[in-house]
Design a protein around this ligand. Structure first.
Ligand code: APR
Length: 270
């Protein structure tokens, strides 16, 4: 493990534009379950996954009913308001602060990268603390709306303060298109990077899982290193899309990488 930590640190030191792609695995050490790991939400309750696949159609058919559902029970991921970043989130924020990591593209909706201090975060699957207008694409903080009052007064769905369009959760549901701005910016970042850290994702959900594949393809033109940090091998490992896997917990591995980069920086001018 020590050698792999050193190898990642060396690759990061050599990189000109490193980015990180993250998934639910980086938040499990904050007490938020992942989806497909051994005790994942979908692993434990396949029916819940089937229901999740129907959320977007439900919104399109009856936004009021969609909102009644959303406001009637707890989130599958637990109380995200109370969730706090773990050492893995802070390590990525530190790498950004050192000028090494330029961007995080996350599938997570928990806002923990932002809470950890990361500045450039693309919420590829949306953000649980935001609402998004389906007409103009405008995003608003959920706390700007008294959703419980709208429910009691039968005033759902919430309406866009800009164009009057219907608002849904910013969370991107299965079958829902990735918002154009996120898709565009993520493609640009994946196209620009010369190092991609892929942390805590099973890499089976598309189109997100295309990003490492695209970066790899471009490798012919330029050396792009793809490094997985994950509890288990994924299709990216098996298909040798990633150059190597550092197997283990992101909350343990990422801080060690930052420590090694700091040590190396002492001996080299970066
Ligand atoms: N450290 C490293 N890896 C971990 C850790 C950890 N502490 N905990 C779990 N993992 C690994 C799991 O073994 C698994 O390979 O992280 C991966 C998480 O995979 P998923 O549960 O599939 O989560 P993710 O890849 O983010 O799912 C993508 O699927 O359901 C949708 O929209 C949802 O954004 C989500 C998308």
């Amino acid at each position: 493990m020590k050698d792999s930590i050193k190898r990642v640190a060396e690759d990061l030191m050599k990189s000109k534009y490193a980015i990180a792609l993250t998934g639910a695995g980086i938040s499990t050490e904050s007490g938020i379950p992942d989806f497909r790991g051994p005790s994942g939400i979908w692993t434990r309750d396949p029916e819940a996954e089937k229901r999740a696949y129907r959320s977007y159609a439900k919104f399109q058919k009856d936004p009021k009913e969609y909102w009644r559902d959303r406001l009637s029970g707890p989130s599958l991921l637990g109380d995200l308001d109370k969730a706090t970043p773990n050492a893995g989130h802070y390590a990525l924020a530190e790498l950004e602060g050192m000028g090494i990591l330029k961007c995080i593209i996350t599938q997570n909706i928990d806002n923990l990268h932002q809470k950890a201090g990361s500045k450039k975060v693309l919420d590829y699957h949306g953000n649980a603390f935001k609402l998004r207008c389906v007409s103009c694409g405008g995003r608003f903080e959920s706390r700007e709306f008294d959703l419980d009052r709208l429910l009691i007064e039968d005033q759902l769905p919430p309406l866009c303060q800009r164009c009057g369009g219907v608002l849904k959760s910013d969370i991107v549901h299965f079958h829902e298109p990735i918002p154009t701005d996120m898709a565009q910016q993520s493609l640009e970042e994946a196209g620009k990077c010369d190092l991609m850290l892929i942390c805590g994702t099973s890499a089976v959900v598309y189109p997100f899982a295309l990003l490492p594949r695209m970066a790899k393809e471009r490798q012919l033109g330029k050396e792009t290193i793809l490094i997985e940090i994950n509890a288990e091998p994924t299709p990216l490992t098996e298909e040798m899309i990633s150059d190597y896997l550092v197997q283990g917990k992101t909350g343990q591995i990422l801080p060690k990488i930052v420590e090694e980069v700091r040590r190396m920086q002492l001996f080299t001018k970066k």
